[in-house]
Write a protein that binds this ligand. Structure first.
Ligand code: ZN
Length: 156
């Protein structure tokens, strides 16, 4: 199978984050670099580190040594805190077809991506339970056992 390659020049970081259109939870920043919590995390801990000026990717000649060193010092600082709190982390940057947003960015992450899927599914079920209760379809889910029974019925 051919990898999905996005031919549009998608740049979430310039269009949304640096422009301020999408508000982000900043972890750390310098004059030229920003670290923030991913708006749609793929891992339980998912921090993105970007240059504040447009650099397409790590192979780009526009990315000079000074900026690289500033980026790495921020990545390192973020990673130190993730490791201090969770014991380990990944540091990833993508190029070409692997890179969704065409603005240089690093992912600093911790944890099992499936936990996010499970958490989203759980959140959805809880919302449904609250809505069902509002409509008088179910009793109040007071205990863990009530919640588990509700989830069991939903998944059955
Ligand atoms: Zn950009």
């Amino acid at each position: 199978m051919v990898a999905m390659y996005n031919t549009f020049m998608d740049d979430f970081y310039c269009d949304e984050v640096i422009s301020g259109r999408t508000k982000v939870k900043v972890v750390f920043e310098t004059d030229r670099v920003l670290a923030f919590h991913h708006t749609k995390p793929h891992w339980p801990v998912h921090i993105v580190v970007i240059p504040k000026t447009h650099i397409p990717d790590i192979l780009s000649p526009v990315c000079d040594e000074k900026l690289l060193s500033e980026l790495f010092s921020v990545i390192r600082r973020v990673a130190v805190n993730v490791v201090k709190e969770h014991g380990s982390c990944r540091i990833i940057t993508n190029v070409g077809g692997y890179q969704d947003s065409k603005h240089l960015h690093w992912h600093v992450s911790f944890g099992d991506p499936s936990l996010i899927v499970r958490r989203n599914k759980y959140d959805k079920l809880i919302k449904e339970a609250v809505e069902d209760h509002r409509l008088g379809k179910t009793k109040v889910l007071r205990t863990k056992k009530d919640i588990h029974e509700f989830i069991y019925r939903r998944n059955a």
